[in-house]
Design a protein. Structure first.
Length: 272
């Protein structure tokens, strides 16, 4: 009980702090498609174990929590209406204070280089099976627009998504709602490459946007997800491991494609 109250207090404090920054620290804030997420959070299917996954680009160290300053304030008082996310151990869980803070803030400690079968991913799947909301930065690191690679047509594109998202979707008991998200402007708040101590200081006056796309449609994801549900339990020891890997890769690629498509709709071919 005490732990839940401390977690709620932590999430609410950071949520309201994010709202204050967006209101007074940004030049403008544009929000697109928020009702899509809010409707998913209200769905009765969550009580039957259908979770929600949001996946976005990752353009600064302040994407989370600032992006969630766009949520209604009432959402900050329940773990059902605030996100769980994965956080790198060597970045966020560096001492006892930070470890406690981020755990109370619904962040699951993740170890880079330990693969997709580590306990953090197991915990994320468990949260999803409880109908929780899980947000993923599937590039696995900050990638600011000035570092984006180009596709054969010369358009900016995101780096390859980590397969963890594919495993999470495959092994969920009920196929989750998957919503792409596109963030802009946060790279201007916390640009990479600044010297100490300026690299810890947010800049004011950015034009920020948070856009929520439509959930993935059946022809984009359902077939792969349905197949994944059949083979997910055998992920580690399946005699058809190559096929499991193929499906996991396909799910991950479809999610990545949906995020890029939303990014081009919002930001154009440059994704910036």
């Amino acid at each position: 009980m005490v732990g839940r109250l401390l977690s709620m207090a932590t999430v609410a404090t950071i949520g309201f702090g994010s709202k204050v920054f967006l209101k007074f620290g940004a030049a403008s804030v544009t929000v697109n498609g928020l009702p899509t997420l809010l409707q998913a959070l209200k769905s009765d299917e969550r009580e039957r174990g259908r979770g929600i996954i949001t996946v976005s680009n990752h353009i600064s160290t302040c994407d989370d929590p600032l992006a969630w300053g766009v949520l209604p304030a009432s959402h900050y008082f329940s773990s059902r209406t605030t996100r769980w996310t994965l956080g790198a151990s060597e970045v966020m869980f560096t001492n006892r204070f930070f470890s406690t803070f981020f755990r109370l803030g619904q962040t699951i400690e993740t170890f880079r280089g330990k693969g997709i079968c580590q306990p953090a991913v197991d915990i994320a799947i468990g949260k999803l099976n409880q109908g929780s909301w899980l947000h993923l930065y599937s590039e696995g690191r900050v990638c600011q627009p000035n570092t984006y690679a180009r596709d054969p047509d010369g358009n900016a594109t995101l780096s390859r998504f980590k397969w963890g998202v594919g495993r999470i979707v495959m092994e969920a008991d009920i196929p989750p709602v998957i919503i792409p998200v596109w963030l802009t402007g946060f790279d201007q708040v916390m640009p990479e490459g600044r010297p100490f101590p300026y690299n810890f200081m947010p800049r004011l006056g950015a034009n920020i946007s948070v856009s929520f796309g439509d959930p993935l449609t059946p022809d984009q994801a359902r077939n792969a997800i349905d197949y994944g549900a059949d083979v997910g339990d055998d992920l580690r020891h399946s005699p058809s491991k190559a096929e499991v890997d193929r499906v996991r890769s396909e799910i991950t690629d479809r999610i990545r494609t949906s995020v890029i498509a939303l990014g081009r709709k919002v930001s154009g071919p440059s994704l910036s």
